[in-house]
Design a binder for this molecule. Structure first.
Ligand code: 2HG
Ligand code: ZN
Length: 416
């Protein structure tokens, strides 16, 4: 079964966003940073790349290069003039040897679905697109190990694993039985989570939450259907064990118990793939739906569960009417919350109200400033809120060892 993943929602949102989002700010303009002293690509370099790759895998035409310069949420735009599309490790190696000798900076790019500006160039770094490195090399059915190239997309891996009666452990699409419910306050969600872990144990495969503002974005902007009435908070609970009848009986029993206890006020449950798909689409479309408000500041932080939702009301209060929407949603099971703040159009004053405030608050609560989206371009200067000087030095030493000229994805992850 396929559930809308990041790639699919990206395609969908780009079509919609093209209509509403004319302004993408260049990264140096937005963040006021200076280009480092890397080499500049010359016609000789281009000829060399064409000799390594076939001509059609060296893109220099502005319109062809542009999509590789802009991230899918249209938050960041780099200024690269060359995209290279290797097909083999040997080709990558030849390109990087050349770039290293000439000190040409390189931005490796996968699906370009990143949310922190890590996947697009900042200045004129060469984009090394891994899109054509999409071969599955081997699958050991006994150990369950799959070896694949770096540009494989999850959906294809999922399909391949399925043909061998296996699933991807990162599988976002294998759904068993799914429930979406309305729960009154955040404390109830935590009680429900504890209870779900106790009652459902090993078959609990997802426990997601979204607040009313997040679901409202899907309903009002994307016209998706919310299968239950309006509540301040929603949870999506999914079970995925080896015996479907047993799993749905177990989930059914749990839901009955928690509806009687009042922790769940309303809900719908299904094992029908189409209905499950609709439930996940609602949850996984929030990210895209909020983008249609205008400009979105996206935060991806992890917090101790007792404090998981604390920042959302705090930010609402801090921003007042400046914000069009402040919403929180995410993966309770992982302790990750996505806080999205939307405003009609990009505005530096709002950015200054949000940062570093939000990271200071996360640090006070003993959380991490990056949960699952990474540090990318947007967070290196805040990494010290979550990592101490020793850890940072170790990370810098490893980077120095592997990339002594610092040509790989400069301006990202580690602060200068
Ligand atoms: O856009 C976001 O902030 C979160 C995206 C994604 O990680 C999700 O869980 O929906
Ligand atoms: Zn997420």
């Amino acid at each position: 079964m396929t559930v809308m993943g990041a790639g699919e929602s990206a395609k969908y949102s780009c079509a919609r966003l093209n209509d509403i989002c004319e302004v993408v700010l260049d990264l140096d303009e937005k963040y006021n940073i200076e280009r480092k002293k890397f080499g500049v690509v010359t016609p000789t370099d281009i000829n060399y790349f064409k000799s390594v790759l076939s001509e059609d895998r060296v893109l220099t035409d502005e319109s062809e290069v542009m999509p590789f310069n802009i991230d899918w949420i249209k938050n960041c735009r780099g200024q690269s003039q060359v995209v290279l599309k290797p097909k083999t490790v040997e080709e990558v190696s030849q390109i990087l040897t050349h770039c290293n000798a000439k000190k040409l900076a390189v931005c490796p790019q996968g699906g370009n679905t990143g949310l922190v500006g890590g996947s697009v160039p900042v200045f004129d770094e060469i984009v090394l697109s891994l899109a054509l490195m999409n071969k599955i090399i081997s699958l050991d059915e006994i150990s369950g190990s799959l070896v694949c190239e770096a540009g494989c997309i999850l959906e294809n891996l999922e399909q391949h694993a399925k043909e061998h009666n296996l699933i991807m452990p990162l599988d976002l699409g294998a759904k068993g039985t799914c429930h979406i419910g309305g729960v009154n306050n955040f404390e109830d969600i935590l009680k429900l989570y504890r209870s779900a872990k106790l009652s459902l144990g090993e078959i609990l495969s997802a426990f997601e939450m979204a607040d009313a503002a997040a679901i409202d974005a899907c309903v009002s902007s994307l016209k998706l259907t919310n299968p239950i009435s309006s509540y301040p908070f929603y949870v999506l609970i999914e079970t995925h064990g080896s015996n479907e009848t047993h799993d749905s009986e177990k989930l059914g029993g749990f839901l009955e118990q928690e509806m009687a206890s009042g922790l769940i006020l309303d809900g719908t449950v299904s094992s029908d793939p189409n209905k499950i798909h609709a439930m996940w689409t609602l949850r996984e479309s929030i990210s895209t739906a909020v983008l249609l408000d205008g400009y979105v500041f996206k935060y991806d932080v992890s917090l101790p569960l007792k404090d998981y939702y604390k920042l959302v009301p705090k930010l609402k209060q801090r921003l007042g009417p400046t914000a069009r929407r402040v919403c929180g949603y995410g993966h309770i099971g992982d302790g990750n919350i996505h806080i999205n703040v939307s405003i009609p159009a990009y505005d530096k004053r709002t950015l200054e109200m949000l940062e570093p405030f939000i990271y200071e608050e996360v640090a006070k609560l003993d959380g991490s400033i990056s949960a699952e989206h990474g540090i990318g371009f947007r967070k290196p200067h805040y990494i010290h809120y979550s990592k101490d000087a020793t850890s940072l030095q170790l990370m810098k030493d490893i980077k120095q060892l592997m990339d002594p000229n610092g040509i790989l994805n400069p301006y990202k992850v580690l602060p200068d």
